[in-house]
Design a protein around this ligand. Sequence first.
Ligand code: BTN
Length: 314
Amino acid sequence: MRNKLLKILQENKNEFVNGNELAKLFDVSKMAISKQVKNLRNDGYIIESKPNKGYRLLHNKDSIDIDYISSKIDTFYSNIEFFKTIDSTNNYLKINNQLKQGHIVIADNQSEGRGRSNRKFFSPLNSGIYLSILLKPKDSVLNLLKLTSLTAVAVNEAIKEHYPVNSQIKWVNDILIDNKKVSGILLEASLEMNTANLEYLIIGIGINVHKQKFPDDLKEIATSIENNCDLYISRNELIVSVLNNLSEIYNDMNNSIYMDKYRNNSAIINKKIEYTINNKTSNGIVVKIDNMGHLHINDNNEIIIMNSGEIKMI
Ligand code: BTN
């Protein structure tokens, strides 16, 4: 029944197919049809339903296509692994940190997607990009804060390449549309104890792509790209852009154009923020983000420089 139902919806793509008629055709209840539609949605098909009108297929499945991605990305990267479901792509690379420089892990769904400060990253099936990259930087003095900022530039540029949205970067590396988060980035590094050199680095990127209903605790602060515009683009295209932007920036990190792009797309320059340093919270205006990615805040005419921590826009 699943395949036959899918075929009918595909033959009538973008048109509503009446639920009662489908139930009659298959000689089942309307409930049984709704259950099959739910299964198809879980599989990645975008099917709209409207009372009295029925169901219409808007988009076929947006499957992650590793061969396509591999054929389009820079040789900087090595292998790509794909998981339908995983706890966290960052966790996977932490455990498998002996893999080669440039190893990429992509998942359709994460059960334990992680954000900064032990927060969770909502990672529903087929709807977003959940991707991590393993790097083995040769440069022992790699500026991690700068790389964190520049990863945000890579993601933000990729979003703008494909969608007509005004996405902006919130320090350090959240991407916002209309002040709601569409993407989060989590960098994790391991240091060699004796030399303090970087042993490996994991860049984890999460992007909310397709139209999505967010749970109550997130709906005021999170959004997806397609909740903000009427385009539907395959996740594969966005992944290719993110990866190619990132390798280009990583190989040319000291080029000032990237920090300029960061500043030009900042959501917080000249804005009032709440910041927390050493458990002390205060307010100020962001006056500058320097070339190292440090934040300069004017707090009652005193300039505070932040190089890590959390801020809130107020
Ligand atoms: C944040 O919002 O603070 C960062 C979110 C980072 C989410 C990505 S999704 C892929 C990778 N795996 C994880 O568990 N987290 C990162």
